[in-house]
Design a protein around this ligand. Structure first.
Ligand code: IPE
Ligand code: IPE
Ligand code: MG
Length: 236
């Protein structure tokens, strides 16, 4: 699209504000999470239209396990439903699904669904949808460090050979380019343990709207904002 001269290759989104969206309407928090699913659908379509190659969505953090069990279970149920309903669309839209996070903490049903859809969509090429579920960046970095340390202790890796490229290859995002654009909704100015390594040079756009109010047009606006930025990567 000529209107969008430089499309971010990778957009990552912290989908925040579902609970406040519901509270404003006097609804239970779950209704906010439910309404947020429609935003996911719109944002995926917008990314496909723009030619974005990777879309990473922060759906559930490691820390979110500490929410009341009722909310956690409801979120898992919504995730199952989303995956069940989306599986066919992903095929139709040629979208590949990848899941990152501590997936072994998820209910078996959710894990199986994720595995099945990942396998089924592995060859799709239009967009890669990366779902961050039960995801925590510190845990991911620790796991990478542990895997390098294991190799070093076994004598198959020299500590001096560890560089940024090798380190990144041990993260769950191995092979995925770093996000160009990081969006967080609901006006909160924090990262909340999301992709700490990968966002070193991402452009950050904070949007005031709550996630369930975030629509295609809002995604286009964030991309326009991204295009007005001058990325320097430490140089001039
Ligand atoms: C984001 O909305 C969804 C998840 C973290 C799972 P919240 O549930 O954090 O909603 P707020 O931030 O309390 O409004
Ligand atoms: C971050 O939102 C996690 C997700 C959007 C999945 P939170 O609502 O959990 O973050 P904090 O607690 O406000 O930092
Ligand atoms: Mg929140």
């Amino acid at each position: 699209m000529a209107e969008y001269p430089e499309i971010p290759r990778h957009v990552a989104i912290i989908m925040d504000g579902n609970g406040r969206w519901a509270k404003e309407r006097g609804l239970p928090r779950l209704q906010g999470h439910r309404a947020g699913a429609e935003s996911v659908r719109e944002v995926m379509e917008a990314c496909i239209e723009l030619g974005v190659e990777y879309l990473t969505l922060y759906a559930f953090s490691s820390e979110n396990w500490s929410r009341p069990e009722k909310e956690v279970m409801a979120l898992m149920g919504l995730l199952d439903r989303f995956l069940d309903e989306k599986a066919k669309d992903l095929d139709r839209q040629n979208v590949r699904l990848l899941a990152i996070g501590q997936l072994d903490r998820l209910p078996l049903k959710t894990r199986k669904l994720l595995e099945r859809i990942q396998e089924r969509t592995a060859g799709h090429t239009t967009l890669t949808l990366v779902l961050a579920v039960s995801y925590g960046s510190r845990e991911e970095i620790i796991q990478a460090a542990r895997s390098l340390a294991t190799d070093a202790a076994a004598g198959t890796l020299k500590p001096a050979d560890i560089d940024a490229e090798l380190f990144a290859s041990r993260l769950q995002t191995a092979g995925i380019p770093d996000p160009d654009l990081l969006v967080r909704t609901s006006g909160e100015m924090r990262i909340s343990n999301f992709l700490l390594w990968q966002i070193s040079y991402s452009e950050i756009v904070i949007v005031k709207k709550f996630w369930p109010d975030f629509r295609q047009g809002d995604l286009f606006e964030t991309v326009k904002e991204y295009q007005r930025r001058h990325r320097r990567f430490g140089a001039l």
